[in-house]
Design a protein around this ligand. Structure first.
Ligand code: NAI
Length: 329
């Protein structure tokens, strides 16, 4: 067996991680031949709950789980990590303004960015799931000057999977027949799920579905507001599907996207499609040899461009807000 890959996960005693950690340990992330060491970060009051999760990991007797390290100090937990999942974040509480939310998350992602910078392995890849994911990724990467910015991604794969699921249900086909889905922009209600480049059995999805009213009035808001609908129905935010999407994103980043398809990844913009350079925005991406490439040359109608501009405007505002708080340069 090969040397264990060191994987950091933050928010490890939370809901998403109660699914995520077990999937990683089972081999779903890196394959059934790759041992892993889990390095789990929590805040001090949650360490006892985390010990319970570790007991359950032990009780699963996963052959690929080499060892588990837990702690509340990112400098220790991030030591030598090859992959980092930043899931733990500060949720918006009642009456909290957006500025307060960004500041509270800055207090988490700024020191975690620094700790990754100082202690992670040279090849580290970092995926931010904790919300506001795109801007938290921007804060983390801005505070890790020695790690290339493109090693920080944020999660929009859940939105991507949700869009694929809705298209499959509407078209009456298995989800495996849906390809080339693209989520543009922010992981928020302004995101733009693009059906004009998506395909169903190789044909343009919007043509196969041929129902503009459904696409605009049902599909778009359903995908954009799915998180809120799940909270309303379940009384808790999406966890299993968020964990699955987190695995999907990192799996594809490390091991490559399927031939002839792409996935949605929020990555630091290189200026493509008019998205200001540096902000962490979702694009169609392919991956190979551990690196991603933004898919260029996609057809973007005036309708789509206006939707992309709106979600990018929100990201730019978030960037300006964290800049004025001194959290990013
Ligand atoms: P949760 O509240 O169940 O767990 C979060 C955990 O993070 C808690 O155990 C908390 O103690 C921990 N935590 C807080 N600050 C921390 C710090 N500084 N270091 C380490 N751990 C810390 O939340 P859940 O449901 O697991 O969600 C986690 C995050 O993922 C939330 O921000 C949520 O909004 C976000 N999310 C993102 C999605 C996406 O598609 N990008 C989808 C669903 C959720």
């Amino acid at each position: 067996m090969s040397t264990p890959v060191k994987i950091a996960v933050t928010g490890a005693a939370g809901q998403i991680c109660y699914s995520l950690l077990f999937r990683i340990a089972s081999g779903e992330l890196l394959g059934r031949d790759q041992p892993v060491q889990l390095r789990l970060l929590e805040i001090t009051p949650a360490l006892k709950a985390l010990e319970g999760v570790v007991m359950e990991l032990d009780d699963c007797a996963y052959p690929l789980l080499d060892s588990v390290v837990i702690g509340d100090d990112p400098n220790h937990v991030f030591d030598g990590v090859n992959l980092a999942f930043l899931v733990g974040a500060r949720p918006r509480s009642k009456g909290m303004e957006r500025g307060d939310l960004l500041e509270a998350n800055g207090a988490i992602f700024k020191p975690q960015g620094r700790a990754l910078n100082d202690h992670a392995a040279d090849d580290v890849k970092v995926l931010i799931t904790g919300n506001p994911a795109n801007t938290n990724a921007l804060i983390a990467l801005s505070n890790a000057p020695d790690i290339p910015a493109e090693r920080f991604n944020a999660l929009t794969r859940l939105d991507h999977n949700r869009a694929a699921g809705q298209l499959a249900i509407k078209a009456g086909v298995p989800v495996a027949d849906v390809s080339h889905v693209t989520i543009w922009g922010n992981h928020s209600a302004t995101q733009y799920p693009d059906v004009f480049n998506a395909r169903i059995r190789g044909e343009q999805a919007s043509t196969v579905i041929d129902d503009t009213a459904w696409l605009e009035n049902d599909f778009l808001p359903t995908v954009q507001k799915r998180g809120a609908a799940i909270i309303e129905a379940r009384g808790a935010s999406s966890a299993a599907s968020a964990a699955k999407a987190t695995i999907d994103h990192m799996h594809d980043w490390v091991l490559g996207t399927p031939e002839g398809d792409w996935v949605s990844m929020a990555v630091p913009s290189d200026g493509s499609y008019g998205v200001p350079e540096g902000i962490v925005s979702s694009f169609a991406c392919t991956t190979a040899d551990g690196s991603y490439t933004i898919v260029e040359g996609l057809e973007v109608s005036d309708y789509s461009q206006a939707k992309i501009d709106a979600t990018v405007a929100e990201l730019t505002e978030e960037r300006d807000a964290v800049r004025s708080l001194g959290l990013v340069s």
